[in-house]
Design a protein around this ligand. Structure first.
Ligand code: AMP
Ligand code: MG
Length: 267
């Protein structure tokens, strides 16, 4: 079950993680698809419980290279959940107001409250990824951020938040294929930015930055998972199962009614 979880203290080499791996699902693509569907349905029930009980909070962090599939995971894995209890926060280039504050200032308002699931589509990790790769702040500043991030996540966990972080791991070839299909398909062209090619040229620098982040910020309270993501069906299966397992381990149950219902009749 934990084969994609990065144990705290592990030095991650992404070259050792196969983006096309599908070994966790013995029944191949069809088996994974139906297992993923089951997980999606179970996730609906568990989210209903989470919301009804209003005690736990779940934070899901999604990071990936461009085209890695973050949007697809949000669309598919969370397909059935009730929008009442789930919020998605997408973190783009910081605004002038964001930049006038510490880098966690824009993040904290989006963490989940009681009974909520928050999904981060990109996150505070950009501040040790794109920021590091493009030298947007001097090294001594981003270098300190791994510790800040661990402290921030520990604060959230100590106060009752379950945190699961997923790096959607695609290969460089798969990225090329996905960028090409964005370029060719009028329904996908809106997703293509010229800048994506500039970022692609920095692939190795991003690998280095991701390896540092994954190695230094996978903790017991907020573990990273390196999810093989070349195959979308496998990616969705893995993430769905990990979310279901995590929510099941909270052993939630529906709360008792607020009022004594004995003898009440609805006429
Ligand atoms: P997209 O997810 O394709 O809409 O792109 C969002 C862009 O915002 C990506 O290029 C990110 O690298 C960039 N971005 C997100 N957070 C930051 C940050 N803290 N500093 C600089 N750029 C960021
Ligand atoms: Mg983009």
């Amino acid at each position: 079950m934990d084969q994609y979880r990065i144990a705290p203290g592990t030095t991650v080499h992404l070259a050792d993680h196969d983006p096309a791996d599908e070994s966790w699902c013995p029944d191949g693509k069809d088996g994974a698809r139906s297992a993923a569907k089951k997980a999606t349905r179970r996730l609906e029930e568990l989210q209903e419980l989470l919301y009804a009980q209003g005690r736990h909070r779940l934070l899901v962090v999604l990071q990936a290279m461009d085209t890695g599939g973050k949007d697809g995971v949000i669309r598919r894995v969370f397909e059935g959940v009730n929008p009442l209890g789930v919020k998605v926060a997408s973190f783009k280039k910081p605004s002038p107001a964001d930049l006038a504050h510490d880098y966690l200032w824009r993040i904290h308002p989006h963490v989940p409250g009681n009974g909520e699931i928050a999904i981060f589509n990109r996150s505070h990790y950009e501040d040790v990824l794109v920021v590091r790769v493009h030298s947007l702040v001097p090294p001594e500043r981003w270098e300190r951020r791994y510790d800040h991030i661990n402290a921030f996540e520990r604060l959230l966990a100590d106060e009752g938040t379950t945190i699961l972080k997923f790096f959607l791991h695609i290969s460089r070839d798969e990225q090329a294929a996905r960028l090409r299909s964005r370029l060719e398909d009028p329904a996908k062209q809106w997703k293509f930015a010229k800048g994506d090619l500039e970022e692609r040229a920095l692939w190795d620098d991003y690998v280095t930055a991701y390896e540092a982040a994954l190695s230094r910020t996978s903790t017991a309270a907020a573990p990273w998972h390196v999810v093989p993501a070349d195959k979308k069906w496998y990616r969705d299966f893995v993430i769905g199962r990990i979310l279901v397992d995590a929510l099941e381990s909270l052993q939630m149950s529906f709360p008792p009614p607020a009022d004594d219902l004995a003898g009440i009749v609805v006429e």
